[in-house]
Design a protein around this ligand. Structure first.
Ligand code: BT5
Length: 324
């Protein structure tokens, strides 16, 4: 990121003469650089003492504006890849991480995805520009071998906690759908990427923020924060809250394993205690969801009274996301 922009965003900026001296440029050159930033959409403003800092516009996802709102130590503080339109933030961040040495904590974010991806080759819809928050974070989790799949549960906890900060009451449908009012508000897709530093994880989350409507095919199971009543939800504020929550949840996961986040996860669960249909690769069965263990597996008491451990697959929960 441009050094002037970084100084303005992190509140280290000063008066224009002091800034020019710090950046070793003339006041005229500094004025030109400030104009160029304004043309990109940034709004540097002086305080009473003439010290310049960024005043982010509402809902702006410009990298400098994101940096100005961060309260994290590492997440969001690597590179920030931003474009109004991307095919998929996961695809872009995976490619960049594989091609160059991106620091962990790097972020990809856009206003609109043209080829957003769900699990199992399904599509993730973010058609209207500026209403959704598709974002991906590069993580280097310090976890024992075989536990990387737990990251997705930490992402769900963090996304739900960030939404709770808007005043709504989100739930988590096992393993990683975040729902509000029984409809899906966030989809999560974590993928591994091979880098020079070894395997890292790209944690993608698509938040539905300001959509007023959804395509016919998903209307019965999708919602947005706006539709649930959070009319003031701001995508940049939500992103910054999410990154703080993700840093906290990942630290707890790394320190204590799943038990570090399990109480919070189960408190938000809309799956436990409910009738479920488990759609596996080889069979489908009905039962009641009873527990989530510290490996992240779901335990279901099936209708033949057998306790069954479910590792993956799709689980429909009665009353949630259009399943009746
Ligand atoms: C997911 O898949 O829920 C994971 C979605 C991850 C999206 C993020 S956005 C940032 C990053 N970049 C990407 O390319 N992906 C990640 P799955 O559980 O397979 O759910 C997909 C299904 O959800 C679709 O088949 C639709 O039925 C439904 N769906 C599609 N778009 C939706 C939306 N905007 N809101 C709610 N449901 C949606």
């Amino acid at each position: 990121m441009d050094e002037l922009l970084r100084l303005l965003a992190t509140g280290e900026a000063d008066t224009t003469p002091a800034l020019a001296a710090r950046l070793h440029c003339t006041p005229e050159a500094l004025a030109g650089r400030l104009l160029a930033l304004a043309a990109e959409g940034y709004r540097p403003q002086p305080d009473a003492a003439g010290r310049l800092s960024l005043r982010p516009a509402a809902d702006s996802l410009l990298p400098g504006d994101i940096l100005a709102g961060l309260r994290t130590r590492t997440l969001g503080r690597g590179e920030i890849l931003y474009a109004t339109e991307m095919d998929s933030t996961n695809t872009q961040l995976k490619r960049a991480a594989a091609e160059r040495n991106l620091p962990a904590g790097s972020l990809a974010v856009c206003d609109r995805q043209t080829a957003g991806r769900g699990r199992l080759q399904r599509a993730w819809e973010t058609p209207e520009p500026g209403t959704a928050l598709p974002c991906s974070v590069l993580l280097a989790p310090d976890l024992p071998p075989g536990q990387a799949h737990l990251v997705t549960l930490a992402v769900a906890v963090a996304a739900a906690a960030a939404i709770a900060e808007t005043g709504l009451s989100p739930g988590i449908k096992w393993p990683n759908d975040v729902v509000v009012g029984g409809k899906k508000c966030v989809g999560i897709l974590c993928e591994a990427v091979a880098t020079e530093k070894g395997p890292l994880i790209v944690a993608g989350a698509g938040f539905n923020v300001r959509q007023r409507t959804f395509p016919e095919t998903i209307r019965h199971r999708a919602t947005s924060l706006w539709l649930m009543g959070a009319h003031g939800a701001d995508r940049r504020a939500l992103l910054c809250a999410y990154l703080s929550q993700l840093e906290r949840a990942m630290a707890a996961l790394e320190a204590e394993g799943l038990s570090g986040i399990l109480a919070e996860y189960t408190a938000r669960s809309v799956t436990l205690g409910r009738r479920v249909e488990v759609i596996g690769a080889t069979e489908t069965f009905l039962g009641t969801a009873e527990a989530i263990d510290d490996t992240g597996a779901l335990w279901v008491l099936d209708d033949q009274n057998r306790r069954r451990q479910v590792w993956s697959g799709d689980v429909s929960v009665r009353g949630v996301m259009g399943y009746v």
